[in-house]
Design a binder for this molecule. Sequence first.
Ligand code: E4P
Length: 214
Amino acid sequence: MKFFIDTANIDEIKEADKLGILDGVTTNPTLMSREKGTYPDKLKEITSIVDGPVSAETVSLDAEGMVKEGREFAKIADNINIKVPISKEGLKAIKIFTSEGIKTNTTLIFQPSQALLAAKAGATIVSPFVGRIDDITNYGMDVIRDIVTIFDNYGIETEVLVASIRNPLHVVEAALAGADIVTLPIKVLDQLLKHPLTDIGIESFLKDWEKVQK
Ligand code: E4P
């Protein structure tokens, strides 16, 4: 499974990159609104750090606008992946991007039917939002499992990226479901490493080592 980081913050991206686990980055308008500078400049900086896919999200609601924005983003670096929301206009834009060899990430997926149509149109990645589904008291991970099953049934190569991750269990369940990618807020990346027995173990080894030195 690939690990992406869900942020536009350069320090967080550099920190994750140092861990040797970083396969890509996802950004969106909300994440970008927390940072200073322009979106293109930020994307340029991110792509200079990370070799893997870096998602840049369009904000137009019509295919023409999405394509115009996406083509500009795609000029920034070869590893830019154009994020478009699922909609009829989004599908039209995906079809055009695909014909031009521009990679895409279809975002705001909440049900398997949306993922299936995005894949059919040529999406490189689909992003179901597991946490936001859980937030309205439904099982987000069920949607992930269904999409993975459908894609496996038909040998669909579009990658399933589990987005809107809120906790470490989402990551483990995504891996069990056979998802291709998880995108993590830095907080969840930290939580994935934590276990109280690890902390207790380190503390007791250090205490015992001090005794050896005396
Ligand atoms: C990823 O591509 C999404 O933009 C992101 O995971 C959304 O997460 P949120 O539901 O926490 O905003």
